[in-house]
Design a protein around this ligand. Structure first.
Ligand code: SPV
Ligand code: MG
Length: 290
C-alpha cells in the first residue's frame, strides 16, 4: 500500500490524525515510537535546524534531501510543507513530481507570494497571491501527481494576513473548487476563537487541517467537537523541545564545569545506539564479516 493510501485510510478512520513535525530522521523515529500517525516535513523546523529564519531561504533540494532521509527511517506517511511550491504553477508541476518521488504522501501548498515570511512572526510581511493564480497552482499540483491517493492540501494564509474570515472562507472554497483534497487554515491568534469560528462557518465538502502553534489550548477534545477538522499538525514542537533540552544541558555543563551532573539526566549512549539501529549492525557483522 502506498504511503498516500495509508494516510487516506487513517484519515477515513474515527478520530483525529495526529501529525508531528520532524526535522531529522532521528526526530521522525522518536515521533513514530511515541505513536503519531504521520510526520510533518516542516519548513520552519528545517530552517531552524540550519539556524535560518523560515523565509524561503532553505532550498527545495535541501528539503528533499531531508525528506528522503526521513522516509528512509520511518514507516509513517509524510506530509511535506512545500511552502509556496517554489515558484509559479509551472514550478509546482516539477515540485510535485520531486516530492512524490522522494516519498511524500501529501503536500501542503500555501497561498503566499514567494519569498514567503514565516506565519507567526509579529508584524511579518504577509502577501497573498490572487485567488485565480493560486487555483492554477492547486490544479497544477493535482494534475502532476501520479498516485491518485497523494494528497494536495491547500493552505490559506488569509487569517494570518489579517484579511478576515470572509476572505479566508472565499479562498478555501475556491481552492476546494480547484481540486484540493483538504484545506489547511492557519491563525496566529493566541485565542483559538478565530480558528473555531472558521471551522464552524466552513461549509465546504473537504475536511480541514490546523497547526495549533499559536493557540495551544485547542486540544484534541475541543478540535474533535468542531467536527470537520480531521488532521492536526504539531508544527514546531520537535525543534522547540530539542532547543529546550540542549539549552538546559549546555548551560549546566558550563556552570557545573563538567558533565558530572548532567549525564544522569540525559539518555545513555546505549539509547542512541538503539535509535541508530546498532543491533542490526551487530547481527550483520556476525553474518557477513569474515
Ligand atoms: C511549519 O512548521 O513550517 C509551518 C507551520 O508551516 S508555522 O511555522 O506555524 O507556519
Ligand atoms: Mg512552513
Amino acid at each position: 500500500m502506498s504511503k498516500a493510501k495509508q494516510l487516506r485510510e487513517r484519515l477515513a478512520k474515527q478520530g483525529l490524525t495526529h501529525v508531528m513535525a520532524a526535522h531529522s530522521p532521528l526526530s521522525a523515529v522518536l515521533a513514530e515510537e511515541a505513536g503519531f500517525d504521520g510526520l510533518w516535513a516542516s519548513g520552519f523546523e528545517l530552517s531552524a535546524l540550519y539556524g535560518l529564519p523560515d523565509m524561503s531561504l532553505v532550498s527545495m533540494t535541501q528539503h528533499l534531501d531531508m525528506l528522503r532521509a526521513i522516509a528512509g527511517r520511518s514507516s509513517l506517511p509524510i506530509v511535506a510543507d512545500i511552502d509556496t511550491g517554489y515558484g509559479n504553477a509551472i514550478n509546482v508541476v516539477h515540485t510535485i513530481a520531486e516530492y512524490e518521488r522522494a516519498g511524500a504522501a501529501a503536500v501542503v501548498i500555501e497561498d503566499k507570494t514567494f519569498p514567503k515570511v514565516t506565519s507567526l512572526a509579529a508584524g511579518g510581511r504577509q502577501e497573498l497571491l490572487r485567488v485565480e493564480e493560486f487555483q492554477g497552482k492547486v490544479e497544477a499540483a493535482i494534475g502532476a501527481r501520479t498516485d491518485p491517493d497523494f494528497l494536495v492540501i491547500a493552505r490559506t494564509e488569509a487569517l494570518i494576513a489579517g484579511l478576515g474570515e470572509e476572505e479566508a472562507l472565499t479562498r478555501a472554497k475556491a481552492y476546494e473548487d480547484a481540486g484540493a483534497d483538504m484545506i489547511l487554515i492557519h491563525s496566529k491568534k493566541k485565542d483559538p476563537a478565530e480558528i473555531e469560528s472558521f471551522a464552524r462557518a466552513w461549509k465546504g465538502n473537504v475536511p480541514l487541517t490546523i497547526v495549533p502553534n499559536a493557540y495551544p489550548e485547542l486540544d484534541a477534545a475541543r478540535i474533535e467537537a468542531l467536527g470537520n477538522i480531521r488532521m492536526v499538525i504539531y508544527g514546531n514542537y520537535g525543534i522547540r523541545a530539542a532547543t529546550t533540552a540542549m539549552q538546559e544541558v549546555f548551560r549546566r555543563i558550563i556552570s557545573d564545569r563538567g558533565v558530572q551532573n548532567v549525564h544522569k539526566d540525559i539518555v545513555p549512549v546505549e539509547e542512541v545506539f538503539r535509535l541508530q539501529g546498532m543491533e542490526r549492525v551487530k547481527a550483520d557483522e556476525k553474518l557477513y564479516l569474515r
